[in-house]
Design a protein. Structure first.
Length: 206
């Protein structure tokens, strides 16, 4: 696209770097902002700046947070004995939207993927194992997507827990193979958590 303004060109270019936004969508958004009162654009700019400068990661579960501990971890109504292991923050949001899970989370920050150069040391697996060894967690629910990388990560964590007094389970395979949790409908995802199965059972069925 050729623009009569380099400023517009630069803005469109930066916006189009976001996932799911092409040049045409970026142009439409930029032209929309130009039509709005400048205060609206400044509020957006301020919100983005605050997001980058002030957002934290919970020191307990690695979820995004405004403080050292996220609102889920500090909620006294949550069951601290049950922890749901997820790949990233979007999965926490997806499960929370079901309203079916009342425990805590542990965000790994990805999945083991040798092809992409992601090993266990790049994830938060060691801190998860440390938490389990403290003895307060009674059940781990593996809620990674049912891909080869997800299954590999589940199994690796499972092996790290050998000899520890903890129950391991996995969400029921009601979600189509290869789909990410964030794209599963809330009813299906909620039922898959409630109808979770022992992790050893999932190994036998694979």
């Amino acid at each position: 696209m050729d623009f009569s303004s380099k400023l517009l060109d630069n803005a469109v270019h930066e916006m189009s770097q976001l996932p799911g936004i092409g040049k045409r969508t970026a142009l439409r958004l930029m032209l929309h902002l130009l039509k709005q009162p400048i205060e609206q654009t400044l509020r957006l700019s301020s919100a983005l700046e605050n997001l980058r400068d002030k957002v934290k990661f919970c020191t307990k579960c690695h979820n995004i947070s405004d403080d050292e501990l996220c609102e889920i971890c500090t909620n006294p109504k949550r069951d601290e004995s049950v922890v749901c292991v997820v790949e990233d923050i979007r999965d926490v949001m997806a499960i929370e939207n079901t309203g079916q899970f009342k425990g805590l989370y542990h965000v790994l920050g990805g999945k083991i993927s040798p092809m992409e150069g992601i090993g266990p040391q790049e994830l938060t697996i060691s801190s998860l194992v440390s938490k389990v060894k403290e003895g307060e967690i009674k059940e781990l629910i593996f809620a990674l997507s049912s891909t080869m990388e997800g299954d590999t990560t589940n199994f690796y964590i499972f092996k790290q827990l050998t000899g520890l007094d903890i129950t391991t389970s996995t969400i029921a395979r009601g979600i189509p193979i290869g789909d990410e949790l964030e794209y599963a409908d809330e009813v299906t995802l909620g039922r898959s958590i409630l109808n979770r199965i022992p992790f050893e059972g999932s190994l036998k069925s694979n």
